[in-house]
Design a protein around this ligand. Structure first.
Ligand code: P5A
Length: 444
């Protein structure tokens, strides 16, 4: 892809409405465009990143055996009246009437809809557990949408739902998601910490938010630093192993301000291990037992012939919010340099020829390199504009492509000037560049 032909509408200056770095960068790099308050169009660069995040999220859901479905964005009010949330959800729900004057709504979440799908087909404990997910747009009519796509009205969410026969089995499902979330965020090069949190309009009394540290985050957190040293390397997808993994995390005090208790914090965490800071909620998991299955009459036959309401949980990841959250975590404000993790970078590498009007050899060289990279599944973007060197580098640093090849007059055919963003440049053969990037991609 040539920069000159791409739809990447770069802005020179910071738009005044953008208060945090991710919002500024997304507008400046032409990743999104606001279409109305809290509603955005995703332009090619932003869309590419979001799709790559979605792919990783999907892959990790599939790995724990969750089945993908797709539910609509528009729902009927009937099921929400059954659960009692039609009134409770209040102003945040966008209500719509169709031409028959039927009450519809743009789904803010899908507990009701998925319960309705479940109850119409699953009748026996023998079909349990059922784990279902979809990745779909949601709408919440937030009073104060802000920070661009971080807190907006229309956003893209992965939401999963579990149906089990007993509390014990339901905790097994809950813990599968707990593990899966830690792995998903790790693949996105983020350290997300699970924290006990309130359940709000979703309900239930067990829930964890997954939070990444960021000064601009909206969640205030109180945690024991030692939780950052934990990992899930030896955890297996088995009941006991998962339960002990969750115990390992829960032994450390780690809560959002909704659950904060100063006395408990000071008793449990020594002064040197205390961390009070802010973070961004990128995921949230809930266990709410029979809250929806009871009100909506979703029950199954038990072994002895009796019936019982299924026990449910729900599990969300803010796929579109993650684009902003990763920028908050990876953008260096001092140097104005962004570096996407290779797993989700919009392009793997930028080819930057220094173009002289009367001499097209640099561009020809670039095209050759492009083709060679393409053969090896490495996606490149060529800056074929006639801008000077420093403005080309500045632009690429803003877009955040993690690697660059710079082609000047003196570039011979064998050794190329190769740069990993944020590091010194080095001379490398194309074959070694391909090897280096391919290895990085495999690791992710
Ligand atoms: C869990 C899945 C739920 O809705 N029902 C289905 C449960 N949880 S949640 O915490 O309310 O949302 C899940 C994740 O969605 C992201 N998110 C948002 N992203 C952008 N703008 C918003 N206004 C917004 N609201 C929620 C968050 O990442 C949250 O963790």
């Amino acid at each position: 892809m040539y920069i000159s032909k791409s739809f990447i509408p770069i802005l020179k200056n910071n738009p005044s409405e953008a208060k945090i770095k991710s919002h500024q960068l997304m507008l400046r790099a032409g990743m999104i465009k606001q279409s109305s308050a809290g509603v955005y169009s995703w332009l090619p660069l932003g869309f590419k990143v979001m799709k790559k995040i979605e792919k990783i999220v999907r892959d990790e859901q599939n790995k724990i055996g969750v089945q993908e479905i797709l539910m609509p964005t528009i729902q009927s009010s009937e099921i929400w009246k059954e659960s009692g949330r039609y009134e409770d959800y209040g102003e945040e729900m966008l209500r719509i009437k169709d031409r028959q004057n039927r009450e519809m709504l743009y789904g803010p979440t899908n507990e009701e809809l998925v319960t309705d799908i479940f109850r119409s087909s699953i009748k026996s404990y023998k079909s349990l557990p059922q784990l279902l997910y979809h990745i779909q747009w949601k709408f919440r009519d937030e009073i104060r949408p802000r920070f661009g796509i971080m807190r907006c009205r229309e956003f893209y969410m992965k939401d999963a739902y579990s149906f089990d026969i007993s509390d014990e089995e339901a905790f097994f499902s809950y813990n599968k998601f707990f593990l899966s979330y830690l792995k998903t965020f790790k693949r996105l090069d983020l350290t997300a910490i699970p924290m006990a949190a309130d359940t709000g309009p979703i309900g239930g009394n067990l829930s964890h938010e997954f939070i990444i540290l960021a000064e601009t985050g909206e969640s205030k957190i109180f945690t024991d630093k030692r939780i950052f040293n934990l990992n899930t390397d030896d955890t297996k997808l088995e009941k006991n192993s998962l339960a002990s993994m969750r115990n390992k995390y829960e032994q450390y005090y780690s809560v959002t301000d909704e659950k904060f208790d100063r006395k408990e914090f000071e008793e449990k965490v020594s002064v040197e291990n205390r961390l009070i800071t802010k973070g961004i909620e990128v995921g949230h998991i809930f266990y709410f037992g029979d809250k929806y299955s009871k009100s909506m009459n979703a029950s199954v036959d038990l072994p002895g012939g009796k019936k019982d309401f299924v026990k449910m949980g729900s599990y969300g990841i803010g796929v579109s919010r993650l684009v902003g959250a990763i920028i908050e975590a990876k953008y260096d404000e001092k140097t104005e340099v962004m570096k996407w993790p290779i797993s989700i970078a919009p392009y793997d590498i930028a080819i930057i020829p220094m173009i002289n009007k009367n001499d097209i050899t640099a561009l020809e060289k670039s095209n050759k390199i492009f083709k060679e990279l393409e053969k090896n599944d490495i996606e490149a973007i060529i800056d074929d504009t006639e801008e000077n060197y420093s403005s080309k580098i500045k632009k690429m640093n803003l877009i955040g492509v993690p690697y660059q090849i710079i082609i000047g007059k003196k570039t011979d055919n064998d050794l190329l000037e190769f740069k990993e963003v944020g590091r010194e440049s080095q001379k490398l053969k194309l074959i070694d560049i391909i090897k280096l990037i391919s290895e990085q991609k495999v690791r992710n």
